[in-house]
Design a protein around this ligand. Structure first.
Ligand code: URA
Length: 471
């Protein structure tokens, strides 16, 4: 069959119109239209400028690599992208099936470079996009502003859904926006920087994290700017620290060398896991940013629930995991068990505000029953996964006494599955003076009222003893 050489006009949507391009390719390829006879346009009114194509043209069978290359290159801003891609498709379908294996071919070379540029742009967006927390009438939402170089919004969607599935988030860019409401994704119009919130309380956490993981020995401003171009700095809270950190790097290096000469290496089992953090967080805010960024081990939680209370608190109370209310509010011990704990602390003369309250596991794990989210006990493996976070947290708070509330906290702190009833009372917990008692939710579950009152009184007695131990 001869190639059809009548001039065709293909009008595609602005941005990366992968579906439109695929439809056009099917129709053009089935009519064997030569690439020299096609003009691709974007954003024009299709009915005025475009030719109509048969909607039922059969799919074209392309090698896998060609399909992947198309999906990538359509994201490029180059106005010639569709014409170049159609030229590739035409050649592949007309005797050059292994064309992609010829990297020296000028067309293949150019398309490869374009795909590489897109990969880099995707990487930048994955790495440098920062959400800001916004409190609204429907609850909390997270909004980010980002300026990609190319039309990559849709290509990044799955990455952000996988990472932040349990959050309600919106990404705004000058080429379009997308909103994930925990169930579905909706694309919206382009946005302006002013549409995004300016800052939130997480900023400090990111900044602290960056400062505490910044390694002055590795500082290379040129490489840093190449990897993290300045245009992204405006949206990244931690970037506010970059200039000062670079300036201070030589002095900090000298300090590091001095310290290395005098500090013996400390060996602890959790060191291996902590190595994952590259450099250990040096503040609670930095640690909490790491925990939040790590995400839940079991999908579902709305957010990580960090510990709460002052550094240097005499008492640290460790619970099991956040419950439904804690998960929604992002604070520990605010639900029914937390309210019972507050009451018992008050009766024992302990100021809740002066104590540090946290959990062994940092994310809510639950089973859905209808509309209710029912607490599901963390496994020993999950407790172990979160242990380095808990131990780092305690090392930063430096309490004089650590209280294990229930069996999960006891497992996390001692590394052993011990029955609370057998060891209730003072007990050494890892490097800390400790005290083991029941979890307040155990008291809530006792069905017999008289028994419940007795158990509650014993719990308040424990708390009074604990108070006396740090008086
Ligand atoms: N139970 C816990 O162990 N921790 C909380 O924060 C709430 C309930």
């Amino acid at each position: 069959m001869m190639a059809d050489s009548a001039l065709r006009h293909v009008v595609l949507s602005d941005g990366a119109d992968l579906d439109g391009f695929r439809r056009a390719v099917r129709a053009l390829a089935s009519a064997r239209v030569s690439p020299d006879a096609v003009v691709f346009m974007t954003g024009a009114a299709p009915d005025l400028f475009g030719d109509s194509f048969a909607a039922d043209a059969p799919p074209v069978a392309l090698p896998k690599g060609v399909g992947a290359l198309i999906a990538s290159v359509v994201c490029h801003r180059d106005p010639e992208r569709y014409a170049l891609l159609y030229r590739l498709v035409f050649r592949v379908l007309n005797g050059e099936r292994a064309l992609l294996e010829v990297p020296s071919d000028p067309l293949v070379h150019r398309l490869d470079l374009m795909a590489r540029t897109i990969r880099r742009d995707l990487h930048k967006m994955h790495a440098f996009l920062r959400f800001r927390r916004v409190a609204g009438e429907e609850g909390e939402r997270f909004v980010a502003w980002f300026e990609p170089d190319h039309f990559i919004l849709e290509a990044t969607a799955q990455f952000f859904i996988d990472r932040f599935r349990s959050l309600d988030w919106t990404i705004l860019t000058p080429v379009g926006s997308m909103r994930w409401d925990r169930l579905s994704l909706v694309y919206g119009p382009p946005a302006a920087r002013e549409d995004a919130p300016a800052g939130d309380r997480f900023e400090e956490g990111w900044r602290d994290y960056y400062e505490s993981t910044f390694n002055p020995a590795r500082v290379n401003p040129k490489a840093m700017r190449a990897e993290m171009p300045k245009k992204y700095w405006r949206n990244m809270p931690e970037a506010a620290s970059i200039t000062a950190l670079i300036r201070e790097a030589p002095g900090r290096m000298a300090g590091m060398i001095d310290r290395e000469a005098t500090m013996p290496a400390k060996r602890k089992p959790e060191r291996a896991l902590e190595a994952m953090w590259d450099q250990e967080p040096k503040t609670l805010a930095a640690l909490n940013a790491v925990i939040a960024a790590a995400g839940p081990l079991v999908p579902g939680a709305t957010q990580a629930v960090p510990g709460e209370g002052p550094v240097g608190a005499a008492l640290a109370f460790v619970g099991e995991q956040p419950g439904d209310q804690e998960d929604l509010q992002g604070r520990p011990f605010v639900g029914p068990a937390g309210q019972l704990l507050s009451r018992a602390l008050r009766e024992a003369g302990i100021d809740r505000e002066a104590a540090y309250l946290t959990n062994a596991v940092k994310h809510f794990k639950f089973e859905e029953r209808g509309k209710r989210r029912i607490h599901a006990k963390p496994t020993a493996g999950e407790v172990k996964h979160y242990r380095p976070f808990l131990m780092k947290e305690l090392a930063l708070v430096r309490p004089r006494l650590v209280v294990a509330l229930g069996a999960t906290a006891l497992l996390a702190l001692s590394g052993k599955a011990l029955p609370v009833t057998k060891v209730r009372g003072p007990l050494r917990l890892d490097d800390y003076d400790g005290y083991v008692t029941v979890h307040p939710s155990y008291l809530l579950r006792i069905p017999d009222e008289a028994e419940k009152r007795r158990a509650y009184a014993a719990f308040v007695d424990d708390l009074s003893r604990i108070n006396a131990m740090v008086a």
